[in-house]
Design a protein around this ligand. Sequence first.
Ligand code: SF4
Ligand code: SF4
Length: 387
Amino acid sequence: MMNTTTPSGSDTELDQIERLDAEPVNAAWKRKPLYEARKKIFPKRAEGGYRRFKWLVMLVTLGIYYITPWIRWDRGPYAPDQAVLLDIANRRFYLFFIEIWPQEFFFVAGLLVMAGFGLFLITSAVGRAWCGYTCPQTVWVDLFLVVERAIEGDRAQRMKLQDAPWTASKIFKRVSKHAIWIMIGVATGGAWIFYFADAPTLLVDFVTGHAAAVAYITVGILTATTYIFGGLMREQVCIYMCPWPRIQAAMLDENSLVVTYNDWRGEPRGRHAKKAAAQGLVQGDCVDCNACVAVCPMGIDIRDGQQLECITCALCIDACDNIMDKLDRPRGLISYAPGAHGRWRLRRCGQAFQLAHHLPPALAALHGCLVGGRSWPGLCAVVARPA
Ligand code: SF4
Ligand code: SF4
């Protein structure tokens, strides 16, 4: 029911009520929409030691994924000769010389727990090495970028093409790129199903239309997810979909190595060192060239400090080292370094302290070996158990 009574209190009384200077932090006029439109990133190709290491990791991981189902392993006349086979129909897992039956599945659980601990250990010692080098999302995005660069060129050409009108050349480039991406997706999904049946037989069945419906559905789903995640969404998957960046913050401490802009050396940044020196101003080593931003696959600026988006791929280290080489300044303006407190200690104590400083990660590695050592009996039990 509507309130029809007259509000009590005279104007004088109301004037005595002080209006406090307070404002809600989420006032309606301050609120921004939760949705933010994506700003397309055009990572420039990086050159350097970390990039070469990433190429190597990409080749090894993709090689393992695509080739493993085709490796043969002689187990005698009545067993499959595929080295790695997850034979769900007959409830057997074959991993080279290891054969796992359903009642032994706890061994697999144990191996997965060991792998989980290993991942935690690596993160606490060297940060998000998994994200930067071996995560399938990183590896496949790298592969998709190789295709994109081969067809559309490096950053500047791709940006130009993006803004260019739709000519026959642009349509041809775009169609070629997406066609190859989809083929990579099909190959990815295709390789996956070969882990679950005899690969040569399944390949023939698949191309002749005699494979089970689940095989076609699986390849379809994996083709779509590979194409969408690796080709279209890219960094969006890491930033918005993956829980790992949120979890691993809890595994880092000030001794964990993370990709770091050494601001104590780079600031104040500027492009005119001689002019600054003439004016008696001190200038840091950062020449504000943005090379580190241009190569970043996440489109961020590491000079702003640690960010959830940073996958520690170290490509900004390569880019900055190349700039420092050109300027004849020491490398390492961006480097793998411990967190803020650790950096403070490094700066105070100089290079000689570095060895002692890395003692905690070394102890973590030792702990890892011990965990691994404790796991050996379990592994031996799997291998040496009676058939
Ligand atoms: S690449 Fe190095 S010098 Fe250039 S902006 Fe980045 S940190 Fe500064
Ligand atoms: S800031 Fe550097 S390490 Fe982090 S994602 Fe970008 S390029 Fe990789």
